[in-house]
Design a protein around this ligand. Structure first.
Ligand SMILES: *[C@@H]1O[C@H](CO)[C@@H](O)[C@H](O)[C@H]1NC(C)=O
Ligand SMILES: *[C@@H]1O[C@H](CO)[C@@H](O)[C@H](O)[C@H]1NC(C)=O
Ligand SMILES: *[C@@H]1O[C@H](CO)[C@@H](O)[C@H](O)[C@H]1NC(C)=O
Ligand SMILES: *[C@@H]1O[C@H](CO)[C@@H](O)[C@H](O)[C@H]1NC(C)=O
Ligand SMILES: CC(=O)N[C@H]1CO[C@H](CO)[C@@H](O)[C@@H]1O
Length: 489
């Protein structure tokens, strides 16, 4: 086995496919690469010895993979690139630390992340309160003459460019936390630019649609296009100390119609996702979709994890099968759980549960925060970033959220199908994917305190593996019908 592993290593350095038939013993039908993370941190995304496939006429495996049964295609994994994360990366890291971090997050030897959420106004994890058309109270700007991409956005543009350069499948989804204060009613007036409390003034739906169009366009002309937008983060929640804007389902349908028409007029291809809120209020998403006039402009529904169960995603998909499901936010907090319990929960719910329930993206909240969950202007005081950046040394800690995303990113490419696999065996759960290059990806998660030995089959072959206690493993192998050749991770 060591020989095979050494050979694989040198092949991947050589960087091109070479027949491995001479390296395999008689009777073997290829190999499976394995990455392992254990809750006790003894293994952290560590390469294991490759496993061999064994031929078998009728494999009775614990996990049966069937790539002929396909579900949704995957867009990717990532987190929100808040202005706080940009500030930490720019101000608290040196150039070498910064490029190492970008590679660890977005490079294919790191977590291979490719889907990033950009707050289109300030949020709680911000350095300041801002939109791109802030007018002093009680002024207004219905013609958007003062529109200017906020400096806080410009600040993150060079970093976004570096991320895009690190991953050719890089995509963005934008989410607004609030319209500019002057477009709202019942807001906080002059306090914090009117971004706290309140709802969109019914006279300003078209103006706000034009504003969002300008905002998306401002990035697009800088060669940073948005794949999708959620018009409002958590529309059924009114935060009292950071930007927010409560919208009813009816208001959100009206806004989707206005934004859809505005995008169409400008030729913007950015998809419109609604809801961007929790599983337990999925009925609200269905209410938005019930509007026949707005529905054709709505591409899908985005979910957060802070209430309810991930199966709500399937309820929405069953009601509107032609709408796509995105998962856009969940945050770890420093005060809850251990590395191990958080890793197990994340993989079971946000990777396995989410993609078994039609999710096309897997996203955490802030990409980076400092060791005390700062900078922020309110809201979550305890949030943990995907990585922690020490605000004195610039050193990076990869958190359980990082390993959760990496176990997906390293074996699943953009455009992969989620395919059928046995859901569980004892304490182990699975999810499987078929990549566009026909490689297969499988994630197993064992959340018990004992190891579990499992068998996995695809077609007439089987491999064996022992999942350590509290562990997640990512497996990858090639199409059984192609010649046995090495492949790149
Ligand atoms: C937001 O609304 C809540 C509830 O009405 C109120 O207590 C709070 O003071 C408001 N915040 C601001 C900044 O106006
Ligand atoms: C949302 O806004 C409406 C209209 O201003 C208001 O009646 C309702 O109470 C608000 N909901 C919350 C949760 O603040
Ligand atoms: C859909 O929304 C539009 C715009 O607000 C509204 O005019 C229309 O009545 C709504 N349709 C339904 C069926 O609710
Ligand atoms: C680092 O963060 C801590 C906690 O927020 C803060 O007290 C300290 O001033 C920060 N140090 C630097 C150098 O920014
Ligand atoms: C991180 C960052 O660039 N923050 C800036 C946001 O914009 C305000 C002014 O609008 C600046 O004061 C902040 O420094």
């Amino acid at each position: 086995m060591k020989t095979l592993r050494t050979l694989l290593f040198s092949l991947s350095i050589a960087g091109h496919a070479i027949s491995l038939s001479s390296a395999q013993g008689a009777g073997n039908t290829g190999f499976v690469t394995v990455l392992l993370t254990t809750g006790d941190k003894q293994s952290l995304l560590a390469d294991q010895d490759p496993l061999l496939w064994y031929p078998s006429q009728n494999p009775q495996a614990n996990f049966v993979i069937d790539t002929s049964k396909t579900y949704q295609t995957m867009e990717g994994a990532g987190a929100s690139f808040t202005d706080s994360a940009a500030w930490l990366m720019k101000e608290k890291m040196d150039g070498a630390q910064r490029s190492a971090l970008i590679n660890d997050l977005f490079g294919n030897t790191g977590a291979n992340l490719n889907y990033v959420r950009i707050p289109l106004s300030s949020c709680d994890i911000s350095t300041d309160d801002f939109t791109s058309d802030d007018i002093e109270y009680p002024g207004t700007d219905p013609k958007l003459e003062q529109f200017k991409l906020n400096t806080n956005h410009s600040f993150s543009l060079p970093l976004l460019t570096a991320m895009r350069n690190a991953n050719p499948n890089f995509r963005l989804v934008g989410s607004a936390w609030s319209a500019p204060g002057w477009m709202k009613v019942d807001n906080s007036g002059p306090v914090r630019k009117g971004l706290i409390n309140g709802t969109l003034n019914s006279e300003y739906f078209d103006v706000y649609a034009a504003y969002l169009t300008k905002l998306i366009n401002a990035y697009e002309i800088r060669d940073i296009p948005f794949d999708a937008i959620t018009m409002q983060n958590e529309p059924a929640f009114t935060p009292d100390n950071y930007p927010g804007m409560n919208l009813t389902a009816e208001q959100e349908a009206t806004l989707a119609l206005a934004v859809g028409k505005a995008f169409q007029k400008k030729g913007l291809k950015t998809k419109i996702l609604v809801h961007d809120h929790n599983w337990d209020i999925a009925y609200r998403a269905i209410r938005v979709l019930e509007n026949d006039t707005a529905r054709p402009y709505i591409y899908g529904v985005a979910f957060h994890c802070y209430g309810g169960d991930v199966s709500a995603q399937s309820t929405v998909k069953a009601a509107y099968p032609d709408k796509e499901i995105y998962f856009t936010e969940c945050s770890g907090v420093f005060s809850s759980g251990t590395f191990s319990s958080n890793l197990m929960w994340n993989v079971n719910n946000l990777v396995i549960g989410n993609t078994r329930n039609w999710g096309r993206t897997i996203m955490f909240w802030s990409l980076a925060l400092d060791q005390t969950g700062k900078p922020n202007v309110g809201g979550c005081q305890d949030c943990r970033g995907v990585v922690t950046i020490n605000n004195v040394t610039g050193e990076v800690t990869k958190n359980e959220e990082y390993f959760t995303l990496a176990h997906f990113g390293r074996i699943v490419n953009k455009g992969a199908y989620r395919v059928d696999s046995t859901e569980s065996y004892q304490s182990v759960r699975s999810v499987a994917y078929l990549n566009p290059d026909k490689t297969r990806g499988l994630i197993l998660c064992n959340d018990a305190n004992q190891a579990v030995s499992v068998s996995v089959s695809e077609g007439n072959r089987v491999f064996y593996y022992t999942m350590p206690a509290n562990s997640v493993a990512s497996f990858r192998w090639i199409d059984p019908n192609t010649k046995q050749t090495a492949f790149m991770q």
